[in-house]
Design a binder for this molecule. Structure first.
Ligand SMILES: C[S@@+](CC[C@H](N)C(=O)[O-])C[C@H]1O[C@@H](n2cnc3c(N)ncnc32)[C@H](O)[C@@H]1O
Length: 303
């Protein structure tokens, strides 16, 4: 039955109302709208949104219960409820963000990614890493390069003049579509980095590049080992990370659902995976909420 154009069995209008209220930071009204949506039909996204507004109101028990319900309904965690629980301190910090979360986030972001990142967030990781790497190679060097988490290809674009061959790997098919349009990659793979690298023949690249990607990995050991597997002896691993300012060890997850790593942690994980740290430079690769994000530009070499 329809009432004034609204279907009483459709949760979307209430969900959309909640999102509007949430964007205006009217979290009481947002919670009420999400509750209305949930009363019509239970859904992980509505629970996640309710958790977010409840957290903004400082109601930790309500937020925790909502996030847990979202996780129970969607164990692949498309919305990142597990990350939100970790940021609240309700659960331990996971070792990496869920694959489904990354895919959903970047598939949805792909069309406006470059405008947002370069235009609004003053993203400079590719240029910063290029400047860090340049003194270590001759200008006419030609390298076999793999661009890890290539996204739309901003990192690849900064390095392709150094490439004999440039490959890219990324979880998001929509980001990869945009990278393909640049026509600079020999091979583009839609896949998870650790699994894709481990599935490749070993020792085939001279340089592995990861611009703004390790922020989606907490524990770096499995990725470092997978990168080592594909690098030739003496090969380079060049990447940016967000740097912890409260500690030099370990990693944490902030409310932007990205990881920060301690400088000592990076060096220790590199050594354990058979890399020598050639350069670690304090820098900032982008602006967030009006502030430069403390970052590290890192160059490792396979021993
Ligand atoms: C912030 S974007 C950076 C893209 C690109 N490197 C650049 O500098 O513009 C992060 C990219 O890493 C990808 N990504 C994150 N975790 C991944 C994983 N485990 N495996 C493959 N790709 C991943 C995302 O899909 C996204 O395209």
């Amino acid at each position: 039955m329809r009432l004034g154009g609204l279907r009483p069995d459709d949760p979307e209008p209430a969900l959309n109302r909640g999102l509007v209220e949430q964007a205006r930071e009217r979290h009481d009204a947002a919670c009420a709208a999400f509750e209305r949506a949930l009363a019509i039909r239970e859904d992980a996204r509505a629970w996640f949104c309710l958790g977010k507004s409840a957290a903004a109101l400082g109601d930790a028990p309500r937020a925790t219960a909502a996030y847990r319900r979202a996780l129970a309904l969607d164990p692949a965690d498309t919305c990142g409820a597990g990350l939100a629980l970790a940021v609240m301190g309700a659960d331990a910090t996971p070792d990496a963000v869920p694959e489904r979360y990354v895919t959903e986030l970047f598939d949805g972001y792909a069309a406006r990614f470059e405008n947002e990142l370069v235009g609004n967030l003053h993203y400079r990781a590719p240029e910063i890493l290029h400047a860090l790497f340049a003194p270590h190679v001759a200008l006419d060097t030609k390298l076999d390069i793999v661009d890890l988490g290539c996204g739309t290809g901003l990192g690849g674009a900064a390095f392709h003049t150094l490439a004999r061959r440039l490959d890219g790997i990324d979880l998001s098919a929509r980001m990869v579509e945009q990278a393909r349009a640049r026509a600079i990659y020999a091979e583009l793979t839609v896949g998870e980095l650790v699994a894709s690298l481990n599935a490749r023949d070993g020792t085939r690249y001279d340089l592995a590049l990861a611009t703004d990607v390790l922020v989606y990995f907490g524990a770096l050991g499995p990725l470092f080992a997978a990168v080592r597997h594909v690098l030739r002896p003496g090969g380079w691993f060049l990447f940016s990370i967000e740097r912890r300012t409260d500690a030099d060890d370990g990693f944490d997850l902030h409310d932007g659902h990205r990881y920060r790593h301690g400088r000592r942690y990076v060096v220790a994980q590199a050594a354990a995976a058979g890399f020598t740290a050639v350069a670690l430079e304090d820098t900032s690769t982008r602006i967030d909420r009006g502030e430069p994000v403390p970052s590290l530009a890192v160059l490792l070499r396979r021993a």
